[in-house]
Design a binder for this molecule. Structure first.
Ligand SMILES: N[C@@H](CCC(=O)N[C@@H](CS)C(=O)NCC(=O)O)C(=O)O
Length: 263
C-alpha cells in the first residue's frame, strides 16, 4: 500500500491516524502542498486535482479522504461491529463535510497567505510550461487558486465554515458526555477523522475559542494526544516548539525559492 500525503494536510492526518491505529503498514510519499510539490507533473498526471491524500493498494487508487477511510475501515473488524458501523458512517460524513482549507487560510496572517498563494500560482505556471499537454488541468488548478482567494474575501463563506465547525464541536461535546469515544467505547475511524480537526484548531492557536469551553472535548483531546498514533502523525511535527520549527522550515524554503525564482 502507498500513501501520498503531507504532515500539514488535515485530510492526510486523518488517513495516517487510521492506518497507524489499525497497524497497517504502507509506503509513505511526502508532497508538501505549501511548496507546490503536489503540483509536479508526475503526481498531477495520475491525480489531476493535485490534492492529498492519495491512497493506493495494488491497482486500486483512492482519491477522496472519506473513501480511503471507509476502505481502511473495511480491512479491520471491530469488537462491537454492529454498534459501530452506523455511528461511524455518520461521523465520517459529518466531519468530511467541513472544509478545513477555508478555515485555516482565514486564520493565517494575510501577509503569509498572500505570499504562499502567489508562490503556488507561479509554481502552477512553471509546471504548465514544462508539461503543455497538462495545460487544461493546470488551468483548472489556477482557477481554483483564484476562487479560493475570492472565497476568503467573502465574510459569509468564512462565517459558514466557522459555524459548521462549531456545530460539529457541539455534537461531539454532547456525544463525549455519553461515551469515551465518538462512537462508543472503542476508538474508531470517526476519531481518526476528528482528532486532526482539533489539532488544526490548536495549531492555529484557537483553542480558547473552540475547545476550552468544551470540557469533554478538551479531556478527549488530551487522551488522544497520548496515543502513539497521534505522536507519530501529528505530535512529531507540531507539538510544542516543533510547530514553529515545522512552519519555519517551510517558510525558509519558500523564501529562498522565491528569491531565486526557482519555481
Ligand atoms: N476532496 C478531497 C480534498 C482533499 C484536500 O483538500 N486536500 C488538501 C490538503 S488537506 C490539499 O491537497 N490541498 C492542496 C491543494 O488543493 O492543492 C478529499 O476529501 O480528499
Amino acid at each position: 500500500m502507498q500513501l501520498y500525503h503531507h504532515p500539514y494536510s488535515v485530510d492526510s492526518q486523518k488517513v495516517r491516524l487510521a492506518l497507524e491505529e489499525k497497524g497497517i503498514d504502507y509506503t509513505s510519499y511526502h508532497a508538501n502542498p505549501l511548496t507546490g510539490k503536489n503540483l509536479d507533473s508526475s503526481f498531477f498526471r495520475t491525480n489531476p486535482s493535485g490534492k492529498l491524500p492519495v491512497f493506493q493498494n495494488g491497482s486500486r487508487v483512492i482519491y477522496q479522504t472519506a473513501d480511503i477511510m471507509r476502505y481502511i475501515d473495511s480491512l479491520v473488524v471491530y469488537e462491537s461491529a454492529a454498534v459501530a458501523a452506523a455511528g461511524v458512517a455518520e461521523w465520517v460524513e459529518k466531519i468530511d463535510g467541513w472544509d478545513s482549507k477555508i478555515f485555516t487560510l482565514a486564520h493565517v496572517p494575510q501577509k503569509y497567505r498572500l505570499f504562499v498563494s502567489r508562490f503556488i500560482r507561479r509554481v502552477i505556471i512553471a509546471r504548465m510550461s514544462e508539461s503543455p499537454d497538462l495545460a487544461s488541468v493546470y488551468h483548472a488548478k489556477l482557477r481554483d487558486a483564484y476562487d479560493t482567494e475570492e472565497k476568503l474575501k467573502d465574510p459569509d463563506i468564512v462565517k459558514q465554515s466557522e459555524e459548521k465547525l462549531s456545530a460539529i464541536l457541539d455534537d461531539a461535546e454532547a456525544q463525549l458526555g455519553r461515551t469515551p469515544f465518538l462512537v462508543g467505547e472503542e476508538y474508531t475511524i470517526a476519531d481518526s477523522m476528528f482528532v486532526p480537526v482539533l489539532a488544526r484548531i490548536a495549531l492555529l492557536n484557537l483553542e480558547r475559542e473552540y475547545i476550552n469551553g468544551k470540557p469533554r472535548i478538551a479531556e478527549y483531546y488530551e487522551r488522544a494526544k497520548r496515543r502513539p498514533s497521534y505522536r507519530a502523525v501529528i505530535g512529531k511535527y507540531f507539538s510544542g516548539w516543533r510547530r514553529y520549527r515545522t512552519l519555519f522550515k517551510t517558510l525558509c524554503c519558500l523564501g529562498v525559492r522565491d528569491a531565486l525564482r526557482r519555481y
